[in-house]
Design a protein around this ligand. Structure first.
Ligand code: SF4
Ligand code: SF4
Length: 249
């Protein structure tokens, strides 16, 4: 029997799910032939609470989202965090630096009392996560790779080396050499240094490598008089939740 797959969105822009729908026709048809999609609000109105694999987009930012993600976890045999908000808390965690009451008033004005908000957090801060598809949004290739691994009951092979590794392989001139700043030395690769190759710099959307303090790319930062803490302080955009604390040990 084909595994039943469900997609759910929490606090997010829903771009990761949209991106999953942008798969090449051949890849999409191949995956659709291997699974039954029983819950995916963006493409179908039928819904079922009987599923095996749950893809979760978005971070947890409201009390009401906690019992909802717990119920999904209880049902799913495999729970996959899809995209930066689900994997690291993403840009939603930027609000955690401010008093929640001030934020509510700033956004909703006189209607603030009708809304609730809690400090934003990744899915793994509330329930166990079995697999991660990282990025903002994830690359199509990684989405397909992780889904195929799950269907084969294999552990997905996700890089645990910094973006710098792929950046050099792409032949880019380092942003630091151009007088800029980049979080590539501590960010998990797998995107083929997409942003640097496009003339920008890495923002860290894929989260940090497992142990940023021991990786060899620290020498890049040292060469420019920077520490890992300093670079993370400049780039809290995607990594302001637990990822930052990993580097302070
Ligand atoms: S610091 Fe940034 S630009 Fe430099 S090699 Fe690493 S990823 Fe590339
Ligand atoms: S270069 Fe950095 S910000 Fe850009 S996609 Fe890769 S991990 Fe994300």
């Amino acid at each position: 029997m084909r595994p039943k797959v469900a997609f759910f969105d929490f606090t997010s822009c829903e771009g990761c799910q949209l991106d999953a729908l942008n798969l090449e026709v051949g890849e999409l048809l191949g995956l659709l032939g291997a699974v039954d999609i029983v819950n995916f609000r963006e493409i179908k109105t039928d819904r079922s609470d009987d599923y095996d694999i749950a893809f979760i987009e978005g971070s947890i930012t409201k009390e009401s989202e906690i019992p909802r993600i717990q119920a999904i976890r209880n049902q799913a045999k495999v729970l996959v965090a899809l995209g930066a908000c689900a994997c690291t808390g993403g840009i939603n965690c930027m609000k955690n630096a401010y008093p929640m009451e001030d934020l509510l008033k700033g956004v909703y004005g006189e209607c603030a009392e009708y809304y609730n908000t809690i400090p934003a957090r990744p899915i793994s801060a509330v329930v166990p996560v079995d697999a991660y598809i990282r990025g903002c949004p994830p690359t199509t290739a990684e989405f397909v790779k992780v889904v195929k691994s799950l269907l084969l009951s294999k552990r997905p092979d996700i890089p645990n080396y910094p973006v710098c590794t792929e950046c050099r392989m792409a032949g880019n001139v380092c942003v630091f050499q151009r007088g800029g700043t980049c979080i590539g030395p501590v960010t998990r690769g797998g995107c083929e240094a997409l942003c640097v190759s496009a003339g920008r710099f890495c923002w860290g959307c894929r989260g940090l490598v497992d142990d940023p303090n021991t990786n060899s790319e620290k020498d890049i930062l040292a060469r420019y008089g920077l520490t890992i803490d300093q670079i993370l302080e400049r780039f809290k955009i995607y990594n302001s939740y637990s990822e930052v604390s990993k580097c302070q040990s």
